[in-house]
Design a protein around this ligand. Structure first.
Ligand code: NCD
Length: 312
C-alpha cells in the first residue's frame, strides 16, 4: 500500500524505500504508458494550479503536460511575479489561501525566494509542489535526475558523482545531494570556482550521511573518474554585485569528453547557457550526454508525482 504523499517541498523528505518501491516503479510505469501511446485517465476531473514567479520552460511545461496526460486540467500563471497580486504586495500565504478557496487539487509553485513552498504548505489544504524556491531547492528536478541515474546504472549505491559549475546558487545540485545521502558508498566531487562552491549546510549533510566528498576547481582533475558528471549553469540572476562566473574549470570540451569513463553519463538540468557554454552545442549528440533523455524523464516522473500527491 502506497503511503500518502501530502506536499513535495524538499528532497530530505523522501526515504530510500519510497524512492525504490514507489517512485521509481510508478515513474517507469508512466514512461511505458506514454511511450506506448496509452491514454490515461487517472486524474480525470482534477485541476492543477501552476504558479510560476520565475522563468521556466521544462518544469512548467512538463508539469502541465503531465497533468494533461493523466486527464487533469491546469490553470497556469506563468509570469506570476509580474501578473499576479504579488505585484500588489500579496504574501505567498494569502495567494495559497486563494488557490485553496478555488478548490484546486494541487498547486505547483516556483518562486524566487527560499522557503516559499514551505510557507505555502503551512496554510494549504491542497498539496503544494515546490517547483524551485530561489536558491533553495528543486526537489522534482532532483527526483527526475535520480530516476535518470537509476535507469542508467540500475542502482545508486557506490556511484561517484561530480557536481560541476555554480554549486552555491544552483538549487538542483542541493536537492540532488539530499537524495544521494539516502544511498550507500556515494562519493561526490564538487567542481566549482572557490566563490561558487557548495554551501556549508550541504557539506554538513554529506558528513552526517557518510558521503565522501572533495572540492576541486577544475573538471579535468576528475572527469576520468566520475560515473555521473552533473553540469550546471552559472545562476547569474542570483549572484550579488562583484560575483561573476567565467566558466574556467567548469566547461566541457571534446578533449575532456574523450577522458570520460566508458559507461559514464553527463547530465545537466538545463537550460545550458550559450555564453559560458558548459556543454557546447557540437557535443550534443555524444551518446554519453543524456540531457534530453533526462528532460524527457521530467514528464514521466512528474506524472508519477502528481498522481501520488492527488490520489495518495
Ligand atoms: C533549473 C532551475 O530552475 O533551477 N532549471 C530547471 O528547472 N530544469 C536549473 C537552472 O535554471 O539553471
Amino acid at each position: 500500500m502506497a503511503s500518502r504523499l501530502k506536499h513535495i517541498l524538499k528532497s530530505q523528505q523522501f526515504s530510500r524505500q519510497w524512492l525504490e518501491e514507489e517512485f521509481f516503479p510508478l515513474s517507469k510505469k508512466m514512461k511505458k504508458a506514454v511511450l506506448s501511446g496509452q491514454r490515461l485517465t487517472d486524474l480525470d476531473g482534477k485541476i492543477v494550479s501552476l504558479l510560476f514567479y520565475e522563468p521556466s520552460t521544462r518544469t512548467r511545461t512538463s508539469f502541465q503536460q503531465a497533468a494533461l496526460k493523466l486527464g487533469a486540467l491546469t490553470v497556469a500563471t506563468e509570469n506570476a511575479k509580474e501578473f499576479s497580486s504579488a505585484v500588489k504586495g500579496e504574501t505567498m500565504k494569502d495567494t495559497t489561501r486563494i488557490m485553496n478557496s478555488y478548490h484546486f487539487d494541487a498547486v505547483v509553485i516556483r518562486s524566487d525566494y527560499e522557503g516559499a513552498a514551505e510557507e505555502a504548505a503551512s496554510v494549504s489544504t491542497a498539496p503544494i509542489i515546490n517547483a524551485g524556491d530561489g536558491a533553495g531547492q528543486h526537489p522534482t528536478q532532483s527526483l527526475l535526475d535520480i530516476f535518470t541515474i537509476y535507469e542508467h546504472f540500475g542502482k545508486i549505491d557506490g556511484l561517484r558523482i561530480a557536481l560541476v559549475g555554480d554549486l552555491k546558487y544552483g538549487r538542483t545540485v542541493r536537492s540532488l545531494s539530499y537524495l544521494l545521502g539516502k544511498f550507500k558508498d556515494i562519493k561526490i566531487d564538487l567542481v566549482a570556482p572557490d566563490s561558487l562552491q557548495m554551501r556549508d549546510d550541504i557539506l554538513e549533510y554529506y558528513k552526517e550521511h557518510g558521503i565522501e566528498f572533495q572540492k576541486y576547481s577544475d573538471i579535468a582533475k576528475i572527469i576520468d573518474k566520475a560515473d555521473v558528471i552533473y553540469m550546471t549553469r552559472a545562476q547569474k540572476e542570483r549572484m550579488k554585485e562583484g560575483e561573476k562566473a567565467d566558466g574556467s574549470g567548469v566547461v566541457l570540451n571534446r578533449e575532456l569528453l574523450g577522458k570520460v569513463k566508458s559507461g559514464s553519463i553527463i547530465m545537466h538540468p538545463l537550460p545550458r547557457s550559450s555564453d559560458i557554454n558548459e556543454i557546447p552545442e557540437e557535443l550534443t549528440d555524444d551518446p554519453r550526454i543524456v540531457i534530453f533523455e533526462e528532460a524527457e524523464n521530467g514528464l514521466f516522473t512528474r506524472m508519477a508525482l502528481l498522481k501520488m500527491v492527488i490520489q495518495g
